[in-house]
Design a protein around this ligand. Sequence first.
Ligand code: DAH
Length: 348
Amino acid sequence: MSILDQLHTLTQEAEASLAGVADLAALTAWKSCYIGKSGSLTRLSRGLGALPAEERPAAGQRVNQVREALDAAFAAAEERLKAAAQASELAAEQLDVTMPGRVPALGYVHLTNQVLRQVEEIFGEMGFQVTESPEVELDANNFSLLNFADDHPARDMQDTFYVETPVDGPAVLLRTHTSPGQMRVMRERAPEPLRILLPGKVYRNEQVTVRSEMMFHQFEFLAVGRNITMGDLKGTLAYFAERMYGPGTKVRLRPSFFPFTEPSAEMDVSCFLCGGEGCRICKHAGWLEIGGCGMVHPTVLRNGGYDPTTFSGFAGGFGPERIAMLKYGINDIRLFYGGDARFVEMFG
Ligand code: DAH
């Protein structure tokens, strides 16, 4: 075969092979095979010297043409493959900005706080101001000044966590109810008329069961002024019950006893589930027990700095957990503070 024919065959082969090259590694292999230092074209051009002198210029020129053509084909392929590699790299990094993002985990307002917020709103509508008072309390505010005698059996109603104090110091405890807040507010503000709501935590040294926890919440409401009557108490409770449990909810007061109120009462509301017919929630009574209330005892008014011959007042203390348990049919108070986030999320 003449060298020109060989050059022709080589060109065809090289071009056909180049068409099949799919990536830069294959292109490098192609280059060394055809146009590299020890490639086919170099090998062919070495044979030029053995040609008769008159054939050499034409053959040399042809070799150069073939080299230029294959170099150009190589450069074009290289450019195309580099562009393709870059494009696929970009494609791999591509972000679909229309894809929905990951939703961050959100916290929820605890059920107890939801109820307390609602209670604050309802009492707020009646002009009650939210105030807080300490959880670590003087025994005096928690008991004595609220008319609990030292040996009063009512102290047994509430098992108390005492805080260790010096022998000659005042007795300190974790408040067993929010009522000591009454004493603090009265002593601070007497003789101003008061309408106060005191929400917060209370503690009792009790066996933990489905019905009782060592820590739970209460909210205390207190109104003090001139000419405040039990009718005002009942009106306040009726408004609260309708707003909390829905229009048409009725209120009933049953006689009871608390050292700090006289008269004292337990408030019931007509069952929001059956409307008073009797059902599982109200245990077929038609009524639900919500909490204690009454007219502030004259001794308590006096201890708070109000003259009971001029001033009167009403007060009450309810538990938001109980309100929530009745409302949502929760049958175990331990779920509230057991730390299982699913419980909180359920009411989120
Ligand atoms: N402090 C009482 C308790 O924890 C509840 C209570 C009853 C509060 C009557 C009051 C009240 O203000 O008037 O059992």
